[in-house]
Write a protein that binds this ligand. Sequence first.
Ligand code: SF4
Length: 218
Amino acid sequence: MLSKKDTQQALQTMGELFPEAECELVHNNPFELLVAVVLSAQCTDALVNKVTPHLFAKYKEPEDYTLVPLEELEQDIRSIGLFRNKAKNLKKLSQSLIENHAGMVPKTREELEELAGVGRKTANVVTSVAFGRPAIAVDTHVERVSKRLGICRWKDNVRQVEETLMRKLPEEEWSASHHRLIFFGRYHCKAASPKCESCPLLEMCREGQKRLKAKVRS
Ligand code: SF4
């Protein structure tokens, strides 16, 4: 397992590799971000960004989602995976925002998690990106990179990965680290073809060393 010091060093290196790392979901306010993150479940940010310009032009407030017939909203997001469930959740969460939060997006993870279609990961993204609160949202990239590098254990579940990252990184760096891990996983330590040969973290990465040895042998 990587020590705290090595974990922080690894995150610094990722930051140097991807100084532009930030949320790639296009949005103009917390409500648009919330909608975009809900749509992004099991779907790429790039695909969500193709749908949201039209969606955000048509639906500006939570009320707009509550008033539209479900079938029409489904059609507006039909190119996104699980669009039927997501349309239902958008209508439900918009209703909750109106009834419980005066139409505003709440700022805390706990309040966000009470909304339809919003789990811990989505809540962490929104509270961090929209409101600047320290949080680490663990998605598939964050989990894979953390495990390959040995920041956490292979057998850890998503919650354990999040807790380990929070323990090993200073709180003021949680949000930036979340984006760095995502960029590093999305563009460098990819799921199917990690760039181990050119990886600046190879020296501290047992998984990368193992992969390169296996390549030499084959
Ligand atoms: S050495 Fe390979 S597996 Fe390890 S972090 Fe770098 S790209 Fe990922």
